[in-house]
Each structure stands twice: as C-alpha cells, then as structure tokens.
Write a protein that binds this ligand. Structure first.
Ligand code: NAP
Length: 300
C-alpha cells in the first residue's frame, strides 16, 4: 500500500511529490499524459519568484519534474480509470490493476472552458483553438481573435501579436480581469484591436473558420470580423470527473477544501486549480501541493 498517491503532474502534484520525498514517505505520482500541467502551454511565466526573465512554462514544468525525480519520486504514466474514496479506504483503478493508498492528493487541474456557441466543436482544429502557444504558429502573418478578458486571454493576445498580422481581443465587458501589467503591455501593441462589451454570436465558415459575428451589448450592433482563427480563453473548468459524487464540490465545479487542502473525505486532499482557490497561479498551486503533502504525511 502506498502512503500517498498523487494524481496529476502539474505544479501542485510535483510540489506535493517533492515534499513527500523529503518527508520520506512512500508516494507515487500518476499522470496520464505529460507532466507540467497547464503551464506547458504558457509561453512566459512572469510572476514565479526567482525567475525575472520569465521562463517559458514548458521549461519551468520540466524543472519541477527534474527536481521531484531527483529526490526519488516515482512517476507512473497511466490513466486512473476509477477512484474509490472513503474515510477508511482509497483505491485507484489503473489499466494494470488496483492500487491502495492511505492518502490521495487530487491535483488533476482544470481544462479550458468552451465558449459554448453553435459549431464551436466543428471548428476545433479548423480555426478554433484553446491554446495560443500550441497553435499560434499556424496563424503566422494572419488575422486572429482572442476571446476573453482574463490573464490567459490578454497574455495570449500579446503572444499572438508577435506572430500575427492582427489580433482582435474580444471581451464581453469594458474592464479586464487580467493583471494591470498584462493589460498595459497588450494595449501598447499596435496590432491588437480591442473589441469591448461584445460577445461572439456566430462562427462563420464552411469547413474552416473565416469570420466571427460579434454583438456589441451596449448598442446592439452586430459586426463581422474576418479572421483566420480564434483563440478561446474564457476560463477553466476543474477536472473533477473522477471524484464527482464522492468528494464535495462547490457550485463552480471546484473541489471544496479547507486551509489544509483537506476535502470532506479524511485522507483525501486537493491542490491547485482543481480546488476552490482564490488565485490560480503556479505559485499558489505549488503552495497547495506543499500544504496537502505536509498534512497528508501527518496521517501516514
Ligand atoms: P478567468 O480569469 O476566469 O477569466 C475568464 C475570462 O473570460 C473573463 O474575463 C470572463 O469575463 C470571460 N468569460 C467567461 N465566460 C465567458 C463567455 N461565455 N463568453 C465570453 N467571455 C467569457 O480565466 P483565465 O484567464 O483562463 O485564468 C484562469 C486562472 O489562471 C486565473 O486565476 C488567472 O489569474 C490564472 N492565469 C495566470 C496567468 C499568469 O499569471 N501569467 C496566466 C494565465 C492564467 P468576465 O470578466 O466578464 O467574467
């Protein structure tokens, strides 16, 4: 039996792994795809202390993994098919069989939220993307739109402005949620055009997206923006499929934890973007992982 099973290899999971290794417990991290989490899609992480040059997210994620593995963390690349969680018993079902653990730390992160309009799915890979750093290069010297007003949307717009001829930044309100610094940088770019108080009403195109119809919420006016691609950055959805019905969730879909990252089930913790955190950043995910691991080790 494992002392601690960590599920998910982003900053929260890898930080939990580092703390577990230093604590000398028998822990294993399960990751279905690749480590690093959402930051591997970030071209520049500007607010992680100690890295004033803003490393790319891929490099930062790789450094977290190297650190954890160097301390002895065993990472198993396999999907968890089922999780059975109770105060008394925690069982992970993998393709290779079942594994029991005294404690589980849920670090599955979050997925991008879809815009939720007609034909969105049809255009994924044919003009609609949820990852500017993954797909931006396909739109070199072309015209694109970014939809959203948070850190992701504004940093995506900045990244794309260096590659693309023109970037429309479409936001449903006047004020952005993104940090002041990101806003300042974005607003200084000549090829970023703000389309404010506007929602995307229609995706236009046969097989490939060719335009967006947007509606100005204040004037009611519709206009068509010709674009080669659109990057959707309207928030995230916590990845809780495995624990729904077992672990208590909040109305926004995140896992409810206390200040020790403890969920409603004894010995089950949640850390990072999957939980009810007031700030979803690399630094807070790392901190969550450290707190969860430290508390879990006290139960082992
Ligand atoms: P977010 O902060 O939740 O922002 C989502 C944005 O999308 C909001 O501006 C929201 O508008 C808009 N939106 C939501 N649903 C919409 C819809 N159906 N149609 C149109 N617009 C919609 O999400 P995020 O930017 O992905 O950031 C997620 C977390 O990661 C945040 O905590 C963020 O700080 C963090 N993050 C940090 C960095 C960094 O530090 N470098 C980079 C990326 C992300 P309203 O404002 O009107 O609600």
């Amino acid at each position: 039996m494992l002392d601690i099973a960590i599920i998910g290899g982003g900053p929260a999971g890898l930080s939990a792994g580092i703390y577990c290794m230093r604590g000398g417990v028998l822990a294993r991290l399960y990751e279905e795809m690749f480590t690093g989490g959402q930051i591997v899609k970030t071209h520049r992480v500007d607010n992680y202390p100690g890295f004033s040059e803003g490393p790319d997210g891929f490099a930062l994620g790789a450094a977290f993994e190297t650190h954890a593995v160097k301390l002895g963390l065993n990472i198993e690349y396999a999907p968890i098919l089922k999780l059975t969680l109770s105060d008394e018993k925690k069982v992970l079902t993998l393709p290779s069989g079942e594994v029991e653990a005294k404690c589980v730390i849920l670090c599955m992160g979050a997925n991008p939220r879809p815009l939720g309009i007609d034909r969105e799915n049809d255009f994924v890979g044919s003009g609609i993307s949820y990852c500017a750093t993954c797909d931006g290069a396909f739109y070199r010297n072309k015209t694109v739109a970014v939809i959203g007003g948070g850190d992701t949307a504004v940093s995506d717009a900045i990244y794309l402005s260096a590659l693309c001829k023109k970037v429309y930044l479409i936001h449903r309100r006047e004020q952005f949620r993104a940090s002041e610094q990101l806003q300042k940088t974005a607003f200084s770019k000549d090829n970023i055009e703000l389309v404010l108080n506007s929602t995307v009403e229609e995706l236009v195109g046969e097989k490939q997206l060719s335009a967006l119809t947007v509606k100005n919420k204040l004037t009611g006016e519709h206009k068509t923006l010709e674009v080669d691609g659109a990057f959707v950055a309207v928030g995230i959805v916590p990845r809780t499929e495995l624990v729904r019905g077992q672990v208590e969730l909040l109305p926004d879909g995140s896992v409810k934890t206390d200040e020790f990252m403890q969920t409603n089930i004894k010995g089950v913790f949640a850390a990072g973007d999957i939980r009810n955190t007031p700030l979803r950043q690399v630094i807070t995910a790392c901190a969550d992982g450290a707190i969860a691991a430290t508390r879990a080790m006290e139960l082992c």
